[in-house]
Write a protein that binds this ligand. Structure first.
Ligand code: ATP
Ligand code: MG
Length: 553
């Protein structure tokens, strides 16, 4: 059912389902669903729910539906729905069936009429404000609406006319008749339907009324014969309502709702509504800005489906809310890329080195391994010439203590090449270093230098054959652990979280790279060829993650 490996870690949900299967409940079947509202792009929090729902179905040889909870037409769109399908597929999952809550609008309406006929629902003509006042508080019971005892006939008539579009938005709602004194506010006659005279992408102008989430969700689950309806903890208090609706309607299946802790990730914001704000207020370049917590943003940043699934595996499924540290997420992609990404040399801030004791047309090809631990990754040719570039921070005129890179009069090894010695530093009129004139020790190719130790090894790129590239470095978009606590969105944003370097030089092998290919730039970090902007003529790389964990500091 799924292209990916099943989620194998043990968790409390697995234990519940194991018992259900062993007891023969639902004929031993396991059916789950992932039920997003198409009102935004999915984020890393949704990945947790996707991995759990699809992973559970895979493990039990069951099924998992993708169901759009499209009951709020004002905020929903095809663009969002399409992006959700793309994201789920990209993560490596296949849904059994694609469903929409709107597929069930007729059935939901009929079931609502059944509730009315059973005396379990009524049309309330109070204003929203009146209803709020009568709802009570956590410590005080609510008060019954003056419309609560309308007759079944009157309720059926009004509800039908609500559907027919006779009334304006807000004139009436349909409410469940449960218990205004319940300690659980969700059971104080919750709204089941409201009037919304608004066009729906899929049902057009057929409906003037739309069902509420709590009512729609349990009925949709029952219609699809979902066995285990997995949702986040904030719905725990809604479970009695979920069960109440299905009990009244005596649906042929009664799915079991089980709640788990939602993902909270440090330095990230996981709410579609607030993520939209980031885009609308132009704090980022778009939905797929590589700093975004959206799935498409993370994809563009260079995260892989395997790393995101591994992340969900590592954090597990629990009943307790907990903050997850960013280093856990970064560790997953770093571990994968360390194993798999080919090694390349790239110079982000070049200074030219001229090796004066080599002939002007000196050309040498080094055949270097793509991966130090994996011979099967093969080799690539790296040209070496009289002029090469090194990174500006691999040279210091006045070196700090323990500096092992190039200094005036000092030696360093060019990685996989010769030991060179800095003989002369050339500067421009402003005192900026523009060129280093060096000599090389011809006996040091593949050999240790005679009679002295050279500790430093730095990366380099041939100035003659190197390829110009743009490299983008990213740090967290948010400057605080919990950005939701900021007074304003702007206050929580690190405006320096993106650095675009336009004068980088990379080794020629990178010219053949294709979008979304990953590399380790030696000594610098893991990079991905940008999904949208990278071309052979204009290579563009995004830093996925640094070589080592930077959070420990
Ligand atoms: P948001 O507030 O970001 O819009 P949501 O819960 O309203 O999130 P839905 O489209 O309703 O978004 O989410 C679909 C599923 O994903 C739900 O079952 C929801 O519980 C789950 N989900 C959403 N956010 C998280 C999260 N941070 N961690 C785990 N699961 C989540
Ligand atoms: Mg929602």
């Amino acid at each position: 059912m799924s292209k990916s490996e099943p989620v194998e870690a043990s968790n409390f949900i697995k234990n519940i389902i194991d018992d259900d299967v062993a007891a023969g409940k639902n004929d031993g079947q396991v059916v789950t669903r992932f039920p997003p509202e198409p009102n935004g792009y999915l984020h890393i929090g949704h990945v947790k729910s996707i991995c759990l729902n699809f992973g559970t179905a895979t493990r039990y040889n069951g099924r998992c539906n993708l169901r759009f909870d499209d009951t709020n037409p004002a905020k929903e769109s095809e663009e969002f729905a399409n992006s959700i399908k793309d994201d789920v597929s990209w993560l490596g999952f296949e849904w059994s069936e694609l469903r929409h809550a709107s597929d069930y609008f007729d059935e939901l309406y009929d079931y609502a009429c059944e509730l009315i006929r059973k005396g379990k629902a009524y049309v309330d003509s109070s204003s929203a404000e009146e209803m709020r006042e009568l709802r009570g508080t956590l410590t005080e019971p609510g008060i019954e609406s003056p419309f609560r005892d309308r007759s079944v006939e009157e309720n059926l008539d009004l509800f039908e006319r609500m559907k027919a579009g006779e009334f304006d938005d807000g004139a009436h709602v349909l409410r469940a008749k449960i218990d205004m004194a319940s300690g659980n506010i969700n059971l104080r006659d919750p709204t089941l339907y409201r009037i919304r005279k608004i066009h729906h992408v899929r049902t057009g102008d057929k409906w003037s009324i739309y069902p509420m989430y709590d009512y729609t969700h349990c009925v949709s689950d029952a219609i699809e014969n979902i066995t285990h309806s997995l949702c986040t903890l904030e719905f725990e208090d809604h479970r009695p309502l979920y069960d109440w609706v299905l009990d009244q309607l005596e649906t042929k299946s009664h799915p079991q709702q089980i709640e788990f802790a939602r993902l909270s990730l440090e330095y990230t914001m996981l709410s579609k509504r607030r993520i939209i704000q980031l885009v609308e207020d132009k704090h980022v370049h778009g939905w797929d800005d590589p700093r975004m917590p959206t799935i498409i943003g993370m994809r563009r940043r260079g995260y892989t489906p395997a790393a995101l699934r591994e992340f969900c595996e590592r954090i597990g499924i629990t009943k307790n809310d907990a903050w997850i540290e960013m280093m856990v997420l970064e560790g997953c992609i770093r571990d994968q890329l360390n194993k798999e990404a080919p090694r390349r040399m790239a110079v982000l801030d070049p200074i030219k080195v001229v090796i004066t004791d080599l002939p002007v047309d000196h050309e040498q090809l080094f055949n270097l391994a793509n991966h130090p631990q994996d011979e099967s990754a093969g080799k690539r040719e790296v040209p070496f010439t009289r002029e090469v570039y090194i990174d500006r921070d691999d040279f210091a005129e006045v070196p700090p203590p323990k500096y092992q890179r190039l200094v005036p009069g000092g030696e360093v090894r060019l990685r996989s090449s010769y030991v060179i010695k800095c003989e002369e530093v050339i500067k421009d009129a402003d005192g900026n270093v523009t060129e280093l004139r060096c000599t090389h020790d011809a006996a040091t190719l593949g050999n240790k230098p005679e009679g002295r130790k050279v500790k430093g090894v730095i990366h380099w790129v041939s100035a003659t054959h190197g390829v110009a590239a743009q490299v983008r470095l990213y740090t967290p978009l948010f400057n605080m652990v919990d950005p939701a606590k900021a007074e304003s969105l702007a206050q929580s944003i690190d405006t320096e979280s993106e650095t675009v370097l336009t004068h980088c030089v990379v080794e020629p092998a990178l010219k053949d790279s294709t979008a979304e290919q990953h590399f380790q730039f030696e000594r610098i970090g893991y990079f991905v060829a940008d999904r949208h902007d990278h071309t052979a003529e204009h290579p563009v790389f995004n830093r996925v993650v640094t070589l080592r964990d930077t959070w420990a500091k």
